[in-house]
Write a protein that binds this ligand. Structure first.
Ligand code: ZN
Ligand code: ZN
Length: 174
């Protein structure tokens, strides 16, 4: 018998949905990122990108913009392009590491809405996490992050074909 009404979600979808729900807590208008720590199907931590607690966040004080030049391919040609990034927030993955215990992270899985940047990947690689599953791609650091995960033997998986819950994925600024 087939029915689309009570289809049970698989674990990947279940935990990625939670990561997206968590991301809605973010107050940075440029990017909402959520991350969750899972150990043996148990949820052991959640985090999103935000300013340190007790400090005005982006919605109160505005984003803290830093300009950076980075290599990008524009119309098939590699060139340096200027990018603006908000540096007020601690990234979701870093907050996740700040608020979880090492013992809980050993052999665990992290679900994160966005492919980790280089700094977050570097920290995750040293955190005990054994598997990282992300949804939205972040090509800027992709090559070195993939290389790092391979070196560390960490399973690094792009969840393709996944559709986030309605109204949780509104913020996707590059
Ligand atoms: Zn911001
Ligand atoms: Zn990051």
């Amino acid at each position: 018998m087939s029915s689309t009404i009570n289809v049970r979600k698989d674990w990947d979808t279940y935990f990625m949905d939670i990561a997206y729900m968590v991301s809605t807590r973010s107050r940075c208008p440029r990017r909402h990122v959520g991350a969750v720590l899972v150990q043996g199907k148990k949820l052991l931590g959640t985090a999103y990108n935000g300013a340190p607690s007790g400090v005005p966040d982006c919605s109160e004080a505005g984003c803290m913009i830093a300009e950076q030049y980075e290599l990008a391919v524009v119309d098939g040609v590699e060139q340096m392009v200027k990018k603006e990034r908000c540096i007020r927030t601690i990234h979701a993955e870093q907050n996740l590491l700040l608020f979880t215990d090492r013992i809980d992270r050993e052999g665990s899985t992290v679900y994160v809405t966005d492919q980790p940047c280089w700094t977050c990947a570097n920290m995750l690689a040293n955190s005990g996490v054994q598997e990282i599953i992300y949804h939205r791609a972040y090509p800027k650091d992709s090559d070195k992050v993939n290389w790092l995960m391979e070196q560390k033997g960490i399973a690094f998986r792009h969840m393709t074909g996944y559709v986030p819950p309605e109204q949780t994925a509104g913020i996707t600024a590059p």
